[in-house]
Design a protein. Structure first.
Length: 404
């Protein structure tokens, strides 16, 4: 075994920060998906050894903070998991990440990833992450609950959605829209904003020229306040699986959440559920991406490259996404490998307009996402629309870079 005498690090070790652990019940499917990638990597690169310091507990309770410190100290690992887009702007501007554009061409990714997705993961024309999976934010419903309330048609806009929630409440479901902590509330707010404003105006909200004034913003925020009034009062204390459980057990009728919920419900045995885009957004695919980045000066460049080729490859993406409930970004993926919902999502990814999410770091820098999430969390308690608007506007304005 060859060892770097200066660090004690094995020369064949490929150190990759991937966030899910066995100790985090919210991330069981993601942990299994990364394990599948690790096994695919072992088959493709048998001379390399994958090590995830997050799972090993080497960085205590704040592995993301430790990763950030290591990147700034020029002591990088060989890779790390991230959301592509604005979340990485600090590291891109500081020169911490390797431009992967040439590798995309060499590995043929330019030919097998949708052009819209390539544009979405590019920052100033350059690519810094390899996408491995794509999630979509969707509205989920328990059909038995809806039928008992006399609901048959799907809501086509925000007003019809509010009407459905009122009917569910009248039927005895006091809190018909399940929701969790602040980041899930931001997802809901994004759904309303996209439905009311359209994709161009929505995306402009997170940039350097963001305008959080006007009657359209006021109308959207009022609608959001109304929707929140139909949610569970303990929302700020719930992780997303607990919110999803309210729907699966029939205590709520609806949940707006990423499609990782499919995996959770598969485990719980819920089968009679339906899904749709947030009302009024049928033409858009609001997405969340899983990806891996390559730091500059990675200590094992050959191993890091082999890891990224596994992440980019058809087999790596198949084992990752069939486990996690997401879909592969590659257009040559075989839909027959996936269950019903994922087959539909694969088709939608190829035909709909992609719209990023601030809640998950694709539309916003890390600082903006933090500020907006904090504002939304405060609104959950105060219900003060003017304060919500002002706090979001201030949070976006404080980071003049906006999104990617």
């Amino acid at each position: 075994m060859i060892t770097d005498e200066s660090t004690g690090r094995r020369a064949t070790m490929v150190e990759v920060f991937a966030w899910a652990t066995d100790e985090d019940p919210d991330q069981a499917a993601e942990k299994a998906a990364v394990d599948g990638l690790r096994e695919a990597f072992a088959r493709a690169c048998p001379d390399q050894e994958f090590v995830n310091p997050v799972v090993n507990g080497e960085h205590g309770s704040d592995p993301r903070g430790r990763l950030r410190s290591r990147l700034w100290a020029n002591d990088p690992p060989d890779g790390f998991q991230a959301h592509p887009g604005g979340e990485l702007m600090d590291h891109i501007e500081a020169g911490h990440l390797t431009d992967l554009s040439d590798r995309f061409a060499q590995w043929g990714l330019d030919d097998v990833l949708p052009e819209a997705l390539l544009d979405a993961v590019s920052v100033n024309g350059r690519i810094y992450t390899v996408p491995v999976g794509v999630h979509r934010l969707m509205l989920w419903s328990n059909e038995e609950v809806r039928v008992r309330a006399g609901l048959t048609d799907r809501p086509a806009n925000v007003e019809e959605f509010i009407h459905d929630l009122a009917m569910l409440r009248d039927s005895g479901i006091e809190h018909p829209l399940a929701i969790g902590a602040a980041w899930t509330q931001l997802e809901l707010l994004e759904g309303v904003l996209l439905a009311k404003l359209g994709p161009e105006r929505f995306e402009s909200l997170w940039g350097a020229k963001a305008a959080w004034s006007g009657s359209d913003i006021a109308e959207a925020l009022d609608a959001y306040r109304t929707l929140l009034s139909y949610t569970n009062p303990n929302r700020d204390d719930l992780h997303w699986p607990a919110a999803a459980k309210l729907v699966s057990e029939g205590a709520a009728g609806y949940l707006f959440m990423g499609d990782w919920v499919v995996g959770a419900w598969a485990e719980s045995g819920l089968r009679n559920y339906a899904y749709q885009a947030f009302p009024g957004t049928d033409a858009f695919f609001q997405w969340v991406g899983d990806a891996f980045a390559l730091p500059r000066n990675a200590p094992n460049p050959a191993g890091a490259d082999c890891w990224l080729r596994t992440v980019a490859g058809a087999e790596g993406q198949r084992v990752f996404n069939t486990t996690k409930g997401s879909i592969p970004p590659r257009i040559d993926a075989n839909p027959a490998d996936y269950p019903t919902y994922q087959r539909a999502a694969i088709a939608d990814l190829r035909r709909l307009r992609l719209v990023p999410s601030c809640a998950h770091g694709t539309a916003c820098t890390e600082a903006v996402t933090t500020a907006v999430t904090r504002a939304v969390g405060r609104f959950s308690t105060t219900g003060d629309v003017a304060d919500l608007r002002a706090a979001i506007a201030a949070g976006v304005a404080a980071d003049h870079r906006g999104g990617p």
